[in-house]
Every structure is written in structure tokens, then in C-alpha cells.
Design a protein around this ligand. Structure first.
Ligand SMILES: Cc1cc2nc3c(=O)[nH]c(=O)nc-3n(C[C@H](O)[C@H](O)[C@H](O)COP(=O)(O)OP(=O)(O)OC[C@H]3O[C@@H](n4cnc5c(N)ncnc54)[C@H](O)[C@@H]3O)c2cc1C
Length: 270
């Protein structure tokens, strides 16, 4: 069985610049890292490899320099690394990204059965959390989002049981394979690459698939396949905080003032 980990290269900062004309990220001159949630997706794939002997493929869609991200995955022990890179894939929104990633997973599945696709919960740049579910929908896989523990996996019965981290509670879900799982940080602690693995990965091959390999209709990928229209991106102005009363000398009176204020703004109900 093949396990696929989808990993995205993201800018190593939350202070990304936005091109005011195109409303897309300005990526020049910014150092890149593997999206933090995706490091946990990668780690869980490798744990399943260690436990069950599954093969692991790391996959990323991005520009040619995203190869560095996949080299990191090779240094950690994935069996193959595939970069989906083509000019026609550029400018993709989450719909077009899901289209390209799922087409590539389908191509892998034609050679070797893909049982599990791991994605991060979300990225730290796009932040939408739509790509994982988008892949599951296109592939017809069961989607298990926000997973913080794999409770059980039975490769013979072809079932998986996971724990989902929801607001204030957990949910245990069992599903038949194949599945698409999005992971949260609590799932595991990612391993570090060993020095020999890191050196070996320098010569390891990252396969590059362009649209000649995927043969997608160009109207379903990249900018052409992206119906999302970003009219404006901006950082909201933060209003300065208001000092209410004298909390040091008159804490009770100040608390009353605060409660009145919250009541007047309908932010509190008694
Ligand atoms: C109109 C528009 C134009 C855009 N133009 C560009 C552009 O020109 N260049 C550009 O780089 N981005 C562009 N983007 C951003 C692009 O849509 C997102 O980077 C991409 O679709 C992934 O969405 P996300 O970051 O919200 O991922 P999320 O849905 O938050 O990611 C969830 C998980 O999906 C997986 N995943 C997501 N993206 C990838 C990927 N590329 N490869 C592998 N796994 C992945 C990861 O496991 C990730 O943790 C544009 C977005 C819009 C709306």
C-alpha cells in the first residue's frame, strides 16, 4: 500500500507581502519552510511505514524551487518525492490545487494502491484548510479531518480508526480505506533527519511531473482553473485599547464599568 503525504512549501514568516495589483503573495526573497502542519503529516506517514512497511510518497505542487522541500522529505525517509510543476499550474486557487494534486494521486494509484493521503490541517500562508477535503472529494475518499491520533489501522480489514480534535471534545471515527486525513500538531513529534540520510538525499531524485504527465485540461488548473477572485487583501487596522476605570485602586467599580460596557455592546448577556 502507498501512503501519500501532501506537503506545501510556505514562506517562513507570517508577514508575507501581497502584490497590490495581482493580489497574490510576493514570494521573492523570502526563505521557505515546509508548512508546519505538513511536517506532522509526513511524520505520521513515516510511522506507518515503520509499523506496517507501507511505501511513502511525498508530493508537492509548486515552482521548481519547491524541490528543496521534497529533498527534506527524502532525507526523512520517504520512498519517493514528486514535484508537480508547470507554468499552467501557477496562480492556482484551492480548487485548482486540489484538481492537480488529486490527478497526480490518481496517477500514482494506477501503479500502486493509495490507501491513505495525509495533508496538514491547513497552511500558514493560504490558511484555507480546503485542499485536503478538496482532494478527498475529487478522489471519492472518506475524509477524516483534524486528526490528533491514529487509534487503530487494520490493513487486512482495510479499516482505520482515528481520533478527531474538535472544539472542547474528541470524536472517534472508524472508516474504510482509502481515506484522506488532515492532521493537527498534537498527532506526533516530527523526527529530525540523520546526517547520513541528509547527505544521501542530496543525490536522491525528485520526480518532476508537468502537465504532459498529468494531461489535465488547462482550464481546470492554474489561474485559468481558479474561480476564486480576490478583490482586496489587507491587514485590518487595530483600534487602540481603551482604559476603563482604575483597576488598581477601584477594581470592583472597574469590573462593573466593564460589565456595563460589554452589556451595552451586546457582548454579554446576564
Ligand atoms: C485567486 C488566487 C490566486 C492565487 N495565486 C497564487 C499564486 O500565483 N501562487 C501561489 O503559490 N499561490 C497562489 N494562491 C494561493 C493558493 O490558492 C494556495 O496556496 C493553494 O491553493 C493552497 O491553499 P492553502 O494554502 O489555503 O492550503 P490549505 O487548504 O490550507 O492546505 C491544507 C493542506 O493541503 C496540502 N496542500 C495545500 N497546498 C499544497 C500544495 N501546493 N502542494 C502540496 N500539498 C498542498 C497540505 O498538506 C496542506 O497542509 C492563490 C490563491 C487565490 C485565491
Amino acid at each position: 500500500m502507498l501512503v501519500v503525504a501532501c506537503i506545501k512549501q510556505v514562506p517562513d514568516t507570517t508577514q508575507v507581502q501581497i502584490d497590490p495589483v495581482t493580489n497574490t503573495l510576493v514570494r521573492e526573497g523570502i526563505p521557505f519552510i515546509v508548512n508546519p502542519y505538513d511536517t506532522h503529516a509526513l511524520e505520521e506517514s513515516l510511522r506507518l511505514k515503520d509499523r506496517f512497511g507501507f511505501r511513502v510518497a511525498a508530493m508537492s505542487m509548486g515552482p521548481p524551487n519547491a524541490e528543496a522541500t521534497l529533498k527534506k522529505a527524502l532525507a526523512l525517509g520517504v520512498d519517493e518525492a514528486i514535484l508537480l510543476s508547470d507554468r499552467v499550474f501557477g496562480g492556482a486557487d484551492t480548487l485548482a490545487t486540489s484538481n492537480v494534486l488529486s490527478a497526480a494521486i490518481r496517477k500514482l494509484n494506477a501503479e500502486e494502491e493509495v490507501g491513505i493521503v495525509f495533508c496538514g490541517k491547513q497552511t500558514i500562508d493560504g490558511d484555507t484548510a480546503q485542499v485536503g477535503p478538496g482532494i478527498a472529494t475529487r478522489l471519492g475518499y472518506t475524509q477524516l479531518t483534524l486528526v490528533d491520533r491514529i487509534e487503530d489501522l487494520d490493513p487486512v480489514k482495510r479499516t482505520i480508526k482515528v481520533r478527531r480534535k474538535l472544539e472542547g471534545r474528541h470524536e472517534i471515527v472508524e472508516a474504510p480505506l482509502p481515506v484522506m486525513i488532515t492532521v493537527v500538531r498534537e498527532l506526533n513529534r516530527p523526527r529530525y533527519p540523520t546526517v547520513p540520510m541528509r547527505l544521501e538525499s542530496q543525490d536522491a531524485e525528485v520526480k518532476v511531473w508537468n502537465n504532459d504527465a498529468l494531461k489535465l485540461d488547462v482550464n481546470t488548473c492554474g489561474l485559468k482553473g481558479s474561480p476564486t477572485w480576490v478583490s482586496r487583501i489587507f491587514s485590518p487596522e487595530r483600534e487602540k485599547g481603551e482604559i476603563i476605570g482604575d483597576g488598581v485602586h477601584e477594581p470592583e467599580k472597574t469590573a462593573e464599568l466593564l460589565i456595563d460596557k460589554l452589556l451595552s455592546k451586546d457582548l454579554l448577556a446576564l
